[in-house]
Structure formats: C-alpha cells, structure tokens
Design a protein around this ligand. Sequence first.
Ligand SMILES: C[S@@+](CC[C@H](N)C(=O)[O-])C[C@H]1O[C@@H](n2cnc3c(N)ncnc32)[C@H](O)[C@@H]1O
Length: 395
Amino acid sequence: MTVLSAPTSHLPPIGKIQKYSAEDLTKAVRYLRLIYNPDVRGIRRIDRNRQKHRSELLSASLKPGSRPSTDPSLEALRSDTFERAYAIRWLTALVSQVYQLLEFADEDLHGGFSDLEDLLQQASALLAICAGTASAGTITRTFRFQNGDTPIEVQLTDVPLENQDYPSVGAQTWGSACLLAEMLVEDPGVFDLGSPPTGVRVLELGAGTGLVSVALGKLLNAKGCCAGTVLATDFHPSVLANLENNLAANFPPPNLQSVSVSSHCLDWAKFPALQDPSAPFDQPFDLIFGADIIYEAEHVRWVKNCVEKLLRKPFSPSVDVRPAFHLIIPLRPTHTLESSAIEEVYPFASEGAMDGGLVTLSKDVVVCEASGDVRSRGGTIEEVEYVHYAIGWCP
Ligand SMILES: C[S@@+](CC[C@H](N)C(=O)[O-])C[C@H]1O[C@@H](n2cnc3c(N)ncnc32)[C@H](O)[C@@H]1O
C-alpha cells in the first residue's frame, strides 16, 4: 500500500507554479485526484471468461470475519480541512496561471496549447469537486455507462466512514457495484431485461451508495419499461441516509418516471424471522441483486434466508423473467468469507441439489484492472477478479 503525503508537502509551492512544466503540473493534479476524486478500484473489465466450476480460484478466498479494506491514512487526509483548503488555493492559483499563459503566450512559439488546455480542464474539474458544497471527506463522482446508443449517467456521493465505523462500509462505492451496473447497462439480456417486462419487481440487497439500483432504474426508464419497481435496501442508518440523498440527486422530484426507485431498510439478520412482512416486501421480486455483500461468516446464510423468502417462485410466472438472484463478489486474497461457502449453500444444479431449492445456475469470472486505486500502486496487485453467480430455483 502506498501512503500518500499531504498536499502541503507534495505540491510545487504556490508562488513558483509558473516555473514548472505543464507535464509536472499535470502530474501534481493527478496526485490530488488520487486523494479527492479517485476512481473506484477494479472497474475496468479486461477479460471475461465464462467459467462454471472454476473452484481453484475460489480456494484463494477470504478468511471468515475479516473485512473489506479501506485506507485510514487516505481517509484522514481526505477529511483534513486544512489540507483541502490548501489544495483549493493551489488549484485556484494554477488555473489563474494557466489562463494567463493561454492569453499571452504565442501559440506558434509553443507549438499549440493542447497540454495547457488539458491541464486547465483537469484542474478546473478537480477544483469544482474540492470546492463544492460537499463536506470534507466526501467524494462525488459521475459514472457513465452505455446501452447501445443510450448513455446512462449516475451521480453518486460517497461519504467518509464514521470514525472508521466498519458497519458503514456501504457509505462508499465498491468495485463490485461498478461492475454489476456496467454489466446490467451494457448487456441487460444477460439478466433477462433485454425487453424489460411491464411490472417487473427488482430488489437490491446491501445497496450501499445505490449505484446498481440507480443505473438499473435509469436503464429501465430509458428502455420504456412500464410500472417497474426497483427497491434499494440497506440497514445502516448513515448508509440509508446517504442512499436516499443519492436517489434524490438522480431522480429529482417530482419524479414521474414509470419505473420507481426507492430506498428501504432491510436487515438480512432480522428479515427472515418476520411473519408477515409489510409492503413493499409483501410481494415477491422477479430479480434480486447483491454486489459485495458476502464478507462476514454469517452473511451467506442470512442472505440466503432473505432470498428464499423474497425471490418469486418459478411456478407463479406473473412476469416474463426467470426469477434469479445475481451476486457479485470480489476475490480478495486476504479478506472475507471463503467463497466456497457460497457454493455450499447454493450448490450447482448438476451436483445433487434438492429439487425446488436455490442453486447456482451459472458462474462467471470477470477480471478487471486494479487501476485508479492507491493501494495498487505498490505494484503488487494489478488485477482484481470478481465472480458473478446467477442463482435460482432448482429446475
Ligand atoms: C461492501 S458494502 C457493498 C455496498 C454496495 N453493494 C457496493 O458494492 O458498493 C456491503 C453493504 O452491505 C450492507 N450490509 C451489511 N450487513 C447488512 C445487513 N445485516 N443487512 C443489510 N445490509 C447489510 C452494508 O451496509 C453495505 O452497504
């Protein structure tokens, strides 16, 4: 893990900015982005192998009780208001210097200004993020996906973990959600949503910042789906508050769109014991999604108990979608529950699974670049692997 130093000690001095080359200044702006607007780790797909039963990968999986990693020194740096104020002053000075250069420099002598224009654009964009209304430590990002010719844009805010409060990991967006959102938007047919049916009901468990639900809601609306429902659920109060803000930012009121996207509390530990769940959990769901929601030993069973209760049974075909639970998990080399536990509770249909129970219908391994993450810069991790399980009722 590379530890980033503070802007006050890393950046070229404000009074000497004009002495540095456009290349050095561009590097300095990129450095600030790592702190204030990093990409989500492991989101660029570089390979996609459809592989059922690739169990050797799963043996490199994660220890029960351990947790997704966050970098506390980076979060402390991001939340440091003095450092942020310095970064804002530095960027303001840079933008003003570059403006002057562009105004007075002789284009013929400099062989064009494209480097300076790029630098100005990058510095201004980062300045807007650092100086925005969001409080210190928050990151607001725009995720862009493409469904054919239709662009789907999602704006999300991640908030800092509360005093490194582990249960609030959902206040940040994780790579699994980026990957699942991208897969859904680019290839909805894989999820039986190529021609989204009227009245489709979708549930997301452990939605965190809401990327999957928002992207899906926008996609379904763009594809003209009628009367659909997307429920983004989580259990931690600060995660739910941030989720609600993100939904409101993406579907500003009055939201008259045909597919509704809303947030609700659903605790996997408690829900299965409820006798008569109230609306909106009193009706089953055609599709259930979960991104990076299995990282403590008990999660596998809790989530399974919820899915058993909430996934529509195949013998009630109210909607033309095969009921399925799509689960994406990262294969972290040092963290979380052993993935093999997933295959224990959802055996492959061919492996003597009980008729009528939940089984793994397919398993894909997806390899992504670990780019955009400070933790990968030590050169140790270049790729992140994810597994996509499609789970459904045993045929
Ligand atoms: C690693 S985060 C993933 C969040 C999001 N799916 C993503 O990929 O960005 C795990 C999520 O599961 C939620 N979670 C953990 N335990 C839960 C429980 N018992 N009931 C409901 N949600 C839970 C957390 O609040 C968090 O949002």
